[in-house]
Design a protein around this ligand. Sequence first.
Ligand code: 5GP
Length: 194
Amino acid sequence: MNASPDGRLVVISGPSGVGKSSIVDVVVDRTDSCFSVSATTKPPRQGEVDGVDYHFMTREAFLDATDGGLMLEWAEYAGHLYGTLRSEVEPPLSRGVNVILNIEIEGAKQIRGTYPGAVLIFITPPSLQELARRLAGRGDTAPDDVERRFSIAAHEIAAAADVYDHIVENDVLDDAITRVLDILDGEGADAVTL
Ligand code: 5GP
């Protein structure tokens, strides 16, 4: 499945508030990759657009999709379901285009099982204190959700070393982006256009 000329699957994970989306946006752009738009049952955050940031679904539609085998992986996060639709991943990969997933750790483990050649990168904050500051300062997340996301973050950071191929600290955004691009370059320049 992963033999050349198929594209490369790249998973980028990290705790809520770490700056993942900013990194993913630039990396998608700079590597001519496809971003896999996830399905979710969460309500849209301010500014999130259906079909662009997420495919927003009812819980019923989401569970129908998992029952129908349409999801490559899925997980529950902070009370909502999130999953990767096969239709976001398989067509570009088979055209030789790299696909980038922004997903949490349980999904990353499932991807590792299905695509052993996937590159798994975890973005970590300089400290938990800094993460708490960024999460609280985001302004688009309710205080109880901030607390829930922060406690999930501590577990994710503790478990990351056993799951991911690379851990990248996001202290200065541009440095973290450069590091991720370097990793992808080193992982297979043939599959990644820089
Ligand atoms: P947010 O609600 O902040 O956009 O995302 C919450 C968490 O869900 C993040 O860690 C994000 O990476 C993760 N996530 C987004 N899409 C998916 C997905 O398709 N599958 C899984 N397993 N996690 C996802």
